[in-house]
Ligand binder design. Structure first.
Ligand code: NAP
Length: 534
């Protein structure tokens, strides 16, 4: 393509879709959505493993339900329902017309004279756009473990985010009939492993589960959404539920807990992860430790109640504090270990799998011959393609964005930087994060849509914060970002605590997402757009 569009949105996950929708509402005509996948959905495009579900309640996780006119069928939606909803949003807001799928943006260069971005891709495109929005995701790059000998293994392998149904048979609901007669290894017992393992156990001749750190596995209690309840919903219902959920899980007060699940009931314990400790008051800390201990004991007791083999039950018990690792939920996972054809292999004493040979996985001196190894080993945690260096951006005067950010990101509200007009970032960068990240993305998309809409109304040439505004926001982030890492540093390694090296979260607005969203609304209402529109 060598044409010119009004807006480019990089990333077709919910962040990109929400921005596309808001830009469409703001009157932008030519919106070019670009994604490396072959369709919309982002993480739900790539992750299609058997058992995939979202463990945030679907009524608050799936965005724009009222706009699209849909009420989810399940309290915790299966992946395919979520992916179809992403497609429905794209259709509703006519976001397919200019798409570029299977395409990676390789460079963005600001053209001062024409006040537009020059965009290049890995397929030789070279086109222009007035606005660019980057929403390239945070957990996108599949991570394989550095097990010695992993390259010598001659059996079949794949990562859960690239499921090989040609090898296993079946689909996302299970029925992996081609695994009959095959010995299968699965590495990893995080949120993905917990969902996939019951299906593998049902269909493989034998399943070896290689565990390094046990997950905390709480009750799931999934159920269909009552159509009578769905029919009773009044306009505005989704916003109300989303706000209610966000308020409660970030430690705020709400008179009613509308979602009332395992996320909302453990809100206080989640707060300690974000802030390091809830309070400097010793008594309050003690109370939190007791609540934490009780919660984790409840999770350990459930294992004793379900798993018949005492030794296996002990291996499955998480010993660390709640939220040290991402909590998981399942009503099938623990039962799996009562099956005779399932072996739980504890690798903790060896720091993980020792090595792999041409035909086996080895832990200590014990070899396990398997036909297939499935890696449920998670993702590299990045902020966006920009910070990882894979998407070079040159702003005014050819200034590289990473050069401008050499001492850390510099933005106003996490969205845009001085010297990089009409370029916006979505994600957790100098703003706020939450367990329901789609809610955060929705507020971000709304803000960008409002800025672009106003710029178009006024005929502004560009949207760009001043250097002073950027400095002020950096100072606000520095002042308010959580600085107490007592909680995280005691945690077992994982991506929540930088694999055991908790770093200052200088990307986070300390007061949290509810306050951040209010700050954005007030900023817009108080006429501050004047300061960024030229
Ligand atoms: P993950 O949470 O990073 O878990 C990776 C697993 O692989 C861990 O059990 C880890 O063990 C294990 N592992 C890594 N290297 C290993 C090695 N060398 N030897 C043995 N074990 C090894 O990845 P994930 O389960 O794919 O989940 C990633 C994130 O995706 C989640 O936290 C969540 O944010 C999201 N997710 C969400 C849902 C949902 O329902 N909303 C579902 C799935 C995933 P250690 O713990 O010992 O490191």
């Amino acid at each position: 393509m060598t044409d010119r569009v009004e807006a480019v949105v990089i990333g077709g996950g919910f962040g990109g879709l929400l921005t596309g929708a808001r830009l469409r509402e703001a009157g932008v005509q030519q919106i070019r959505m670009i994604d490396e996948g072959g369709d919309f959905g982002g993480t739900w495009y790539w992750n299609r493993y058997p058992g995939i579900h979202c463990d945030i309640e679907s009524t608050v996780y799936l965005p724009l339900l009222e706009e699209v006119g849909y009420v989810p069928q399940w309290r915790y939606a299966p992946g395919e329902e979520i992916r179809q909803h992403a497609i429905a949003i794209a259709r509703k807001f006519d976001l397919y017309s200019d798409t570029m799928f299977h395409t990676r943006v390789t460079g963005l260069t600001w053209d001062e004279e024409n006040a537009e971005w020059r965009v290049t891709t890995d397929r030789g495109d070279h086109f222009r756009s007035r606005y660019v929005v980057i929403s390239s995701g945070t957990l996108t790059q599949p991570k394989l473990p550095g097990i010695p000998g992993i390259e010598d293994y001659r059996g079949h392998t794949f990562h859960t985010s690239r499921w090989d149904y040609g090898y296993t048979g079946g689909d996302q609901t299970g029925g992996l009939e081609k695994l009959a007669g095959r010995k299968v290894a699965v590495v990893g017992t995080g949120a993905t492993g917990v969902q996939v393992i019951p299906h593998l156990a049902r269909d493989a001749e034998h399943l070896y589960v290689f565990q390094r750190t046990p997950s905390s596995v709480d009750v799931r209690d999934n159920r269909p959404i009552d159509p009578r309840w769905a029919a009773s919903l009044q306009p505005g219902w989704q916003r109300e539920r989303m706000e209610n959920f966000l308020t409660i899980v970030t430690g705020g007060h709400a008179d009613v807990d509308m979602i009332d699940d395992r996320w909302t009931s453990t809100a206080k314990l989640q707060r300690q992860m974000l802030t390091g400790s809830v309070d400097t008051n010793i008594c309050a800390e003690d109370l939190d430790e007791m609540a934490d201990f009780r919660k984790m004991d409840e999770i350990r007791e459930r294992i004793d109640a379900v798993v018949q083999d005492r030794a296996v039950a002990e291996i499955l018990k998480p010993w660390y504090r709640y939220m040290c690792k991402r909590p998981t939920f399942s009503d099938f996972y623990l039962e799996t270990f009562n099956r005779p054809a399932v072996t739980l292999v504890d690798t903790a004493d060896h720091g993980g799998i020792t090595r792999m040979t041409a035909s086996s996985v080895v832990v200590g001196e014990q070899e396990y011959e398997v036909d297939c190894v499935i890696f449920a080993t998670g993702f590299e945690v990045g902020i966006s393609g920009v910070l990882s260096g894979t998407l070079p951006v040159a702003g005014r005067g050819g200034m590289p964005l990473l050069g401008h950010w050499r001492n850390g990101p510099r933005t106003l509200h996490g969205f845009y930087s001085h010297g990089f007009p009409n370029l916006f970032h979505l994600g957790s960068l100098q703003n706020a994060a939450a367990v329901n990240f789609v809610h955060v993305l929705q507020e971000q998309a709304t803000h960008i849509g409002a800025l672009v809409g106003e710029a178009e109304n006024r005929g502004a040439r560009w949207i760009e914060p001043t250097a002073e505004a950027e400095e002020d926001w950096a100072a606000t982030i520095f002042r308010t970002a959580p600085k107490n890492f007592a909680f995280q540093s005691e945690c077992t390694p994982g991506y929540y605590n930088g694999e055991g090296n908790p770093r200052p979260v200088n990307f986070m607005y300390g007061p949290g997402p509810v306050a951040f969203h209010e700050l954005l609304r007030t900023w817009r209402a108080d006429g501050h757009m004047d300061e960024v529109l030229r």
